[in-house]
Design a protein around this ligand. Structure first.
Ligand SMILES: Nc1ncnc2c1ncn2[C@@H]1O[C@H](COP(=O)(O)OP(=O)(O)OP(=O)(O)O)[C@@H](O)[C@H]1O
Ligand SMILES: [Mg+2]
Length: 255
């Protein structure tokens, strides 16, 4: 029986939450993503790694609706979301962070997080409580009344995660949120994601160069190189794969 024919009661337990199949995207002849496939099961933490320019952010943008694929399918909770508008993808339950963080400088930390909290509602109290919960889970509660302009870069990254979390996603896409953090700060964020995963069942797909975080968090890893998935498996499997060592870990990764 194919997935499409499976009764609804079994579909949720057998089909991956996110299923990307044979997706490609070119920019003026440059193939940024080339027939890439990956899947994420409910409750998993999966990492996407690869050198600069490999196409990682482009793949996220395809999933999140910021870009439409040239070919391939993207299914989320059984629905085809390829080419769907970003707000619709967000409404369907995919939260994402942006690699270049741009908080509203004049607004407070809480107000910035509330931007995410308004997902699917205009109820200010609900948006506020979602934002407060997100800030607490990332240990940013004491900073809630500070203007975003006063935050350090690592804290801006945490605020970006809080904004995405405040949308109350089913699947959270994280684009290099641990870049530039000190090892203790990385460990704190890793602990926060582990908690969200274990206690709230949050499913996470993360792009990350910081291998300390990848090794601590990811159950499975995909490696992207020149737009193609060249390896996948457990962190141990991919970090000992000769192709991965040659294309990436020998050079660009932060150990
Ligand atoms: N909107 C765009 N227009 C043209 N080229 C683009 C665009 N977005 C990305 N690219 C190109 O596509 C390739 C993949 O870029 P992408 O940002 O997806 O890589 P990445 O793996 O996220 O890299 P990094 O680790 O540096 O963030 C690069 O060559 C990049 O210059
Ligand atoms: Mg990127």
């Amino acid at each position: 029986m194919t997935t499409a024919e499976a009764p609804a009661a079994t579909r949720g337990t057998t089909a991956p939450m996110l299923d990307v199949v044979g997706v490609s995207k070119s920019f003026r002849g440059l193939k940024a993503v080339s027939t890439a496939s990956l899947s994420v099961a409910r409750g998993e933490i999966v990492a996407l790694i690869g050198p600069n320019g490999a196409g990682k952010t482009t793949l996220f943008n395809l999933v999140a609706g910021a870009l439409s694929p040239d070919q391939g399918t993207i299914r989320f909770l059984g629905a085809d979301i390829a080419g769907e508008r970003p707000d619709r993808v967000c409404a369907a339950g995919i939260g994402r962070t942006f690699q270049i963080v741009k908080p509203f400088a004049d607004m407070t930390v809480l107000e910035n997080a509330m931007v995410g909290g308004f997902r699917g509602t205009s109820d200010r109290r609900l948006a506020r409580s979602r934002a407060e919960r997100a800030l607490r889970s990332l240990d940013m509660w004491l900073q809630r009344e500070r203007p975003a302009s006063a935050l350090t870069l690592p804290d801006r990254k945490r605020l970006e995660v809080a904004r995405a979390l405040a949308t109350e996603p089913t699947l959270l896409l994280l684009d290099e949120v641990m870049a530039g953090l000190r090892p203790t700060e990385t460990d704190q964020m890793v602990a926060a994601f582990r908690r969200l995963n274990a206690e709230h069942g949050l499913t996470i797909l993360l792009i990350e160069h910081v291998m300390r975080a990848v090794m601590a968090l990811a159950q499975r890893v995909y490696v992207l190189h020149h737009g193609e998935i060249i390896a996948s498996g457990t962190p141990q499997q991919v970090t000992t794969d000769p192709r991965v060592l040659e294309s990436y870990l020998g050079t660009g990764a932060t150990h």
